[in-house]
Design a protein around this ligand. Sequence first.
Ligand code: OAD
Length: 230
Amino acid sequence: MKKIVVLSGAGVSAESGIKTFRDSGGLWDGYNVMDVASPEGWTKDRELVLGFYNERRKNAISAKPNEGHKIIAELESQFQVIVITQNVDNLHEKAGSTKVLHLHGELFKSRSTVDPNLIYDIEGWALNIGDKCDKGSQLRPHIVWFGEMVPMMDVAVEETLSADIFIVIGTSLQVYPAAGLLEYVKESNPKFIIDPNMPELLPRSNLFLIEEIGSIGMNKVREILIKEYL
Ligand code: OAD
């Protein structure tokens, strides 16, 4: 079985009603990134940070996977598929993908502020001041903030190095190290980029640009994969 690695970003969830970050009207239009997504922001105003992610959770809790997520999950019947997502929602899992690596953390999990190994599921949408871990410290969102290490990056690089096919969907490729994964794909292997507003890319071989929204783009890519790469 050929191995497909999918790198996804906020755009794959746009058709499910989840806002992207950098499109106009996106999440970073209404917030100062460093206030809500950095360790400094957390130190300054924990309530604001918790409130920001509570809103995200409220919005994501009822969201349903769209055709793009579903096609990615369905590819597992014909390919080995690993999804590396920058998204903190759980729509890839809801669609049925079984191997999902969350580079930037998970919205529906919380983490101890004294022991990073203490990770808990969040039932419902609220994480509040006073919610504590088993060691008695305040819980924080299980999100990788700006200025923090991306713990899953080594695994993501390993998976990418052994990909036969690489698909990028719905990411502006502005945030590193995630955006750098493309560099690890073998030159001779196909790289599909799906985005209605194509990010600027360095020229490279075997690059297929599909300027479409996620559902339509994934449909097109599936057709090509089945015809040419099965
Ligand atoms: P961005 O908001 O930067 O980029 C979203 C991309 O999705 C853009 O290139 C859009 O053109 C595209 N897009 C919009 N609608 C789409 C649709 N219907 N189908 C497909 N694509 C569509 O989001 P990311 O690249 O995911 O990190 O952002 C990366 C990281 O920056 C996030 O994980 C987050 C953010 O700061 C953290 O919070 C740590």
